[in-house]
Design a protein around this ligand. Sequence first.
Ligand code: APR
Ligand code: ZN
Length: 256
Amino acid sequence: MSKHIKEVSRLIRENERLVVLTGAGMSVESGIAPFRGENGLWQEFDAQKYAHIESYRQDPERSWELFRLQIEEIYDAEPHQGHEALVKMEEEGLTEVITQNIDGLHQKAGSSQVLELHGTLFTLFCPDCEREYNTSEFIEEVRENRCPRCECGTILRPDAVLFGEQLPQDTVNRSLKAAEGCDLMMVVGTSAVVQPAASLPVQAKRTGATVVEINLESTPLTSDVTDLFIKGKAREVLKNIAEKLYHQLFSSQISS
Ligand code: APR
Ligand code: ZN
């Protein structure tokens, strides 16, 4: 792996505009289950039954069985050194983190340029009167298996995008612009099977970017789009890259 760490550090140093696309694999080492593969959420929950906009409308309380588990999992989750490495890269010029994750860990670590393609679990809204709330206002209800309700009485839902729903158009446009404007895209911990996220690296490549992929296993991107595939865990690989780039970022850092 060290040959690859050297290579990707060189690429980051030599390229102006770095964009990072992250998926659930970025949060696994913070204790959050991925959706697919080993211990994937979709093995326990039928995505179409619990996380599709139509099934939500039919039975919001059933969908809240999934939302509750996700909210409890992310509520106490802490970012890891891989998230911190991306914060350091942002200080050094990384332009954007585009994330499919709804766990807020990039922001919790200190990243400020984060595009949340699939929304977030940290805010809720009322499908009827559109009032917005912070999830933290309802953490008791969530923990006591009760569905949070709006002042108007309707069951609230998370600001996370459900299957069958449009993604926030402004975020999609900004993500596409970032992908087309970058010289280097690092794709970390995504199975690259959900659109439009999965086409961002394709678009980046088409407009001249080099694509580096960090994952435990290959994905549909690996053979045709990825220029440099680094097999490994997000935390360790990103930590090693940051240490290579900024010399002993973590080991000498006085723990606050
Ligand atoms: N380090 C790096 N990669 C990892 C790690 C790790 N520690 N653990 C798992 N992975 C990889 C897996 O090999 C897999 O390729 O992360 C990927 C996780 O894939 P998914 O669970 O499908 O997550 P993601 O690609 O983000 O899913 C996209 O699908 O269900 C929807 O809206 C949901 O945002 C999600 C979207
Ligand atoms: Zn309401």
